[in-house]
Each structure stands twice: as structure tokens, then as C-alpha cells.
Design a protein around this ligand. Structure first.
Ligand code: NDP
Length: 334
């Protein structure tokens, strides 16, 4: 496979141009381009340029409102609601970020429901601004319906990622972010494209049998991570980022029969805590991180991303030539 090296500004400019030329409002396009570029910078390919054709497909099919203007409401002292106006999630989340930060500082704790938007980005990108503001934060999204409950064989739940962020004085924050399925669906799709097997334990085929064939997995069901524990967490995410905030369950989204490959409709729930409200802050926790890192073989979640980020800022990112060609072709139709 051949690659080209692109700088981060080149990636951002490319994505922005493709989206705007396909009719997307510049503010929406800037937010998506930022999310895609950050994913490439951090070495999270399954949420980077790979997703651009899906964003464009959702615009071309008319499913996503290209002129969406999200609106932010404070519905209770510690509850923020963002209406995404049928656009893409990154701009809806961006619009609500300051309101949730302010509400959390005022109340010690606050939550934000982001609805009526289309999401398939990586959640660490959504939580980082809150952590940078010194808050502890959780984020939840109902992912694509493809995960069988523990003991079952047919998809019931989405891949349902959750993220947690914890600010650390003087160093990069502690952030973890993962699907509650054994892996993100995008990772299985990438393995299928590359002709690679998936590890045992990730999926079942359509007959309910364990499989390492990514195509069979996509036609069958992914498994939750960690057996009954991941299954229960997945169901929790399905509840709190779906019906609780007035959004669709992953099964309901599957029932819409969307085939354009773009992000599904749905929402996102954020919960944020101000550590200063307890009068403690986060400094004391540094002992825990130090103890963890004193053990050989231990690294903190996100360390790989931070290393990739530092590298790509100076060295750029390798992008498969075939993908660049595919994305370039999306401009031709403008
Ligand atoms: P991964 O299994 O790739 O990574 C999960 C987390 O674990 C990361 O924070 C990672 O840090 C950390 N980690 C990995 N290996 C280690 C290790 N050895 N020691 C310590 N920490 C480690 O995640 P998934 O495949 O489950 O999900 C990938 C992405 O897909 C997520 O960003 C998620 O938000 C996104 N997603 C989005 C969906 C949507 O609908 N919007 C649906 C499903 C998933 P690091 O990154 O530094 O390796």
C-alpha cells in the first residue's frame, strides 16, 4: 500500500474543502474538520479521514441538515440541553461546551444532553475541552446497533462508547475512551478493508458462532467487552444516552434502514464535576498515577495518543494514497 505524508493543516484544509463543496455550512464543516484532523493527529484512524466519505454521503442523501444551527438552553440550574438542529455532532457539542463548563462551575456538578445530531466521532475529542477547563467529565453515546447482549447472539445494543477525563496538574490529563463492545465497529471495517482477521472474542457470525472473519462479524454481532460486565455497561449507555435524553435507541436507529454509511442520528450525554467544589482538587491523585507508572509495563490510557499527537505536529501523518484519491473524488462533484 502506498502512502502520502500530509501535515495537520493540510488534512484540515482538505476536509473543510470537501465538506463545504458538498454544501455543508462552514461552521459545521470547521467542527467536523477539526474532529477528523485531531483523530488523524492522535493516530485514531478509525475516526479520521476514513469517516469523510460517510459525512459526505449523509449530506448527499439529504439526511443531515447542511445549514444546522445548534441552539443551547439551560433547562435547570445544572442541566444544559443542546438541539443539534439535525446537523453533525461536533458543532453541537462545541456550541454547548462553554454552557456546561459554566453550569458545572456554578453548581459543582452539571449535565448536558446533546440531541438531534449525527455522531460518529471519538469521544476523547469531546471531553478534552472540559478537562482542559479543570473539570472531571464523563461522556456517553449510543453507537451503531451491532452488539449482542452477554449470552445472546443478535445485535441489541450499540457499540456505545463512554469516555472519562481527569485533569492532572502540569501534565497531560488522564483520559480513557472506548466502545463497550470488544472493539469499535470502525476497527472491524478497517480490518475487512485490509483483508485482516479480527481477534477471537470480538464477534459472532450471523449463525451465532464465534468468528475471526471481519465480514462475517459485520453481518453477525459484535460482543461486549468483559462478558456480562461490559454488557451491563453497554445497556447503561443505551439507556442514558438514548431514552433518558429523548434520543433513539440503537435498535430504533437500525430500524430506520440507513444505508448511506454516514453517522447515525442520536445524541450524547455529558456529566461534569468541578473538583474544586469538594475543596480537594486533583493533586492528591498524582500519587495513584505515580504508583501505577512505577510498575514496569504499565502505561496510562491516552499516552499513545499524546505521543502520536506530538509526532504528527512536526512529522505530519501518513495517509493511504487510495483514501486520498477516494476523498479527492468527493470534491469533483461540487
Ligand atoms: P481502544 O480499545 O482502541 O482504546 C481504548 C482506550 O484504552 C484508549 O483510551 C486507549 O488509550 C486505552 N488503552 C489501550 N491500550 C492500553 C494499554 N495497554 N494500557 C492503558 N490504556 C490502554 O478503543 P475502542 O476500539 O473501543 O474505541 C475506539 C474509539 O472509537 C473511541 O475513541 C470511541 O469513542 C470511538 N467510538 C465511537 C462511536 C460513536 O458512535 N461515536 C462508537 C464506538 C466507538 P490510547 O488511545 O492512548 O491507546
Amino acid at each position: 500500500m502506498s502512502f502520502s505524508v500530509l501535515s495537520l493543516p493540510e488534512i484540515e484544509a482538505l476536509v473543510l474543502a470537501v465538506l463545504v463543496e458538498n454544501g455543508l455550512d462552514p461552521a459545521q464543516a470547521r467542527a467536523v474538520a477539526d474532529t477528523v484532523t485531531r483523530a488523524e493527529a492522535d493516530g485514531c484512524r478509525s475516526h479520521g479521514l476514513y469517516r469523510v466519505p460517510g459525512y459526505v454521503a449523509a449530506l448527499r442523501s439529504g439526511r443531515v441538515n447542511p445549514a444546522a444551527r445548534p441552539s443551547v438552553r439551560q433547562v435547570a440550574p445544572a442541566l444544559i440541553s443542546v438541539d443539534g438542529d439535525g446537523g453533525f455532532a461536533p458543532e453541537a457539542v462545541r456550541c454547548g461546551t462553554q454552557a456546561l463548563t459554566d453550569a458545572t462551575r456554578r453548581n459543582g456538578i452539571a449535565a448536558m444532553a446533546v440531541g438531534r445530531c449525527h455522531h460518529f466521532s471519538a469521544l476523547w475529542a469531546d471531553v478534552e475541552p472540559f478537562v482542559a477547563a479543570g473539570l472531571v467529565v464523563w461522556a456517553y453515546v449510543v453507537g451503531q446497533n451491532s452488539v449482542a447482549p452477554h449470552g445472546g447472539t443478535r445485535p441489541l445494543m450499540g457499540t456505545n462508547p463512554l469516555a472519562f477525563g481527569w485533569p492532572r496538574p502540569g501534565t497531560e490529563p488522564f483520559v480513557f475512551d472506548f466502545a463497550t463492545s470488544a472493539t469499535a465497529r470502525g476497527e472491524v471495517e478497517l480490518r475487512a478493508l485490509a483483508g485482516q482477521d479480527i481477534p477471537a472474542g470480538w464477534a459472532l457470525d450471523a449463525a451465532g458462532q464465534p468468528t475471526t472473519d471481519p465480514a462475517a462479524a459485520l453481518g453477525g454481532a459484535l460482543l461486549p467487552f468483559g462478558g456480562h460486565k461490559g454488557s451491563a455497561l453497554s445497556l447503561m449507555v443505551e439507556l442514558i444516552a438514548g431514552p433518558l435524553i429523548g434520543e433513539l435507541s440503537s435498535q430504533a436507529v437500525a430500524g430506520l434502514g440507513i444505508t448511506d454509511g454516514g453517522p447515525p442520528p442520536g445524541g450524547e450525554l455529558f456529566i461534569a464535576l468541578d473538583p474544586a467544589a469538594f475543596g480537594t482538587g486533583t493533586t492528591q491523585a498524582e500519587d495513584i498515577f505515580a504508583a501505577a507508572l512505577s510498575q514496569p509495563g504499565v502505561r496510562l490510557p491516552s499516552e499513545r495518543r499524546y505521543r502520536a499527537r506530538a509526532r504528527s505536529r512536526t512529522a505530519g501523518v501518513e495517509v493511504a494514497t487510495t483514501m486520498l484519491r477516494q476523498i479527492g473524488a468527493l470534491r469533483a462533484r461540487a
